[in-house]
Design a binder for this molecule. Structure first.
Ligand SMILES: N[C@@H](CCC(=O)N[C@@H](CS)C(=O)NCC(=O)O)C(=O)O
Length: 319
C-alpha cells in the first residue's frame, strides 16, 4: 500500500481482513463529480466540467468495478470523448501496473509503471490501497474519482452533449428500486464473492459463500418471466450484476471457492448473462484471458501461479 505517497511492502502479502478473518474493502477517497456545466455534483468540489478529451479512465480488465465504468463508456458512446488505459493482466509486487501486452494500453499521460504512482501524483501524502477504476482529469492533473458507483452515474448523465443521450440506465421512476437492489447485490454478490475468496478464516468464508448463493437464488427467481432485474428495460443494476456474473465460473467458482454451484446451473441467470453480453459493444469490454490471468496471479490464493484450463463453456446452449 501507499504510506505518505510512498509504496511500502509487497502487494501480495498485504492482509486486508479483520480479526475474525472477514475481508475489508478499501474506501474510495477521491469523490469529485463531473457535471455538464462544471457545477458541484452530489460529492466533491465544483470545477469538473464534462468536456471531450479532458478525462482519462484507467481500468483493469479483470476488475468488475472498473469494467462497470468501461461498459458505460462504451454504451454511452463515450470512447471518442474519454481516453483509456488498461493495466497488464497481473498483480505485481506493487499491485496493478502497465506494460506492453495484448489487450493492455499503457499510460499516455505520465507514462507511469504502476497505478499507485497515479495516486501519489494526485496526492503526494496519499495513504491507502490504490485501486481501479481511476478517472483522471488531464486539465487539473489529478484524480476526479475512484469509485465506480459514482463514475457510472456521471457517465450516465454528464456527457450527454457528446455521447448517446437516449440511453438512461438510472431513470427517475426506477431510482428507489435500483438503489435498493444495488445495496442487496453489492453485499450478497459483488462484494460477497470477494468476502468469500479473500476471507482468512473458515467461518467468514462459509458465511460469505452462503450469502453469495442466497443472492444468486433470489436473482434467479426474480428473472422468472422477465428479461432484466427490474422488468423489460436494462438498468444500472443489471450492469452491476453482469460484471460479477461474467467472472463467476472463470474466477469466483474456482479461485474464490464459490463452488456450491456453477453459474451455468442457473438457467435464468445464465440466459440473462448471455442477453447482456450480446448487447452491442459489451463483448468488447470482456477479456476472458485478462480476467483469468489477473485473478490467478493472486499469489496468496495461488502460490505457484498455475492457470486452470477451463471452464470451456460460459454461456448456455442457444434455446
Ligand atoms: N470501491 C471501488 C472498489 C475498486 C476495487 O476494489 N478494485 C480492485 C480490483 S477488482 C483493486 O483495484 N484492487 C487493488 C488492491 O486492492 O490492491 C469501486 O467500486 O470503484
Amino acid at each position: 500500500m501507499l504510506v505518505d505517497g510512498k509504496w511500502e511492502g509487497d502487494w501480495q502479502q498485504r492482509s486486508r481482513t479483520d480479526q475474525t478473518g472477514r475481508f475489508i474493502r478499501e474506501t474510495s477517497t477521491f469523490r469529485h463529480w463531473i457535471t455538464s456545466d462544471g457545477s458541484a455534483g452530489p460529492s466533491g468540489d465544483a470545477g469538473f466540467k464534462a468536456e471531450p478529451g479532458r478525462y482519462h479512465l484507467y481500468v483493469a480488465l479483470n476488475c468488475p468495478w472498473a469494467c462497470r465504468a468501461l461498459i458505460y463508456r462504451k454504451l454511452k458512446k463515450l470512447d471518442p470523448v474519454i481516453s483509456l488505459s488498461i493495466t497488464a493482466p497481473e498483480f505485481t509486487d506493487q499491485g496493478y501496473g502497465f506494460r506492453e501486452f495484448e489487450g493492455s494500453i499503457t499510460d499516455p499521460i505520465h507514462n507511469v509503471r504502476y497505478v499507485h504512482e497515479l495516486y501519489a501524483h494526485a496526492d503526494p501524502k496519499f495513504t491507502g490501497r490504490p485501486t481501479v477504476p481511476v478517472l483522471w482529469d488531464k486539465q487539473n492533473d489529478t484524480i476526479v474519482n475512484n469509485e465506480s458507483g459514482d463514475i457510472i452515474r456521471m457517465f450516465n448523465f454528464a456527457f450527454d452533449a457528446f455521447g448517446d443521450a437516449e440511453i438512461d440506465y438510472y431513470p427517475a421512476e426506477l431510482r428507489s428500486e435500483i438503489d435498493a437492489l444495488n445495496d442487496r447485490v453489492y453485499e450478497g454478490l459483488n462484494n460477497g464473492v470477494y468476502r468469500a475468496g479473500l476471507a482468512s478464516s473458515q467461518a467468514s468464508h462459509e458465511q460469505a459463500v452462503r450469502e453469495v448463493f442466497e443472492c444468486l437464488d433470489e436473482l434467479e427467481e426474480r428473472l422468472e418471466g422477465q428479461s432484466y432485474l427490474l422488468g423489460e428495460r436494462i438498468t444500472e443494476t443489471d450492469w452491476r450484476v453482469f460484471v460479477t456474473l461474467i467472472r463467476f465460473d472463470i474466477a469466483y467458482h474456482g479461485l474464490f471457492k464459490c463452488n456450491v454451484k456453477h453459474l451455468l446451473d442457473y438457467p435464468n441467470l445464465s440466459r440473462y448473462l448471455k442477453r447482456l453480453y450480446d448487447v452491442p459493444g459489451v463483448a468488447e469490454t470482456v477479456d476472458f484471458d485478462h480476467i483469468k490471468r489477473t485473478y490467478y496471479s493472486i499469489r496468496k490464493l495461488n502460490p505457484d501461479g498455475i492457470m486452470p484450463l477451463g471452464p470451456l463453456k460460459i454461456f448456455p446452449d442457444a434455446d
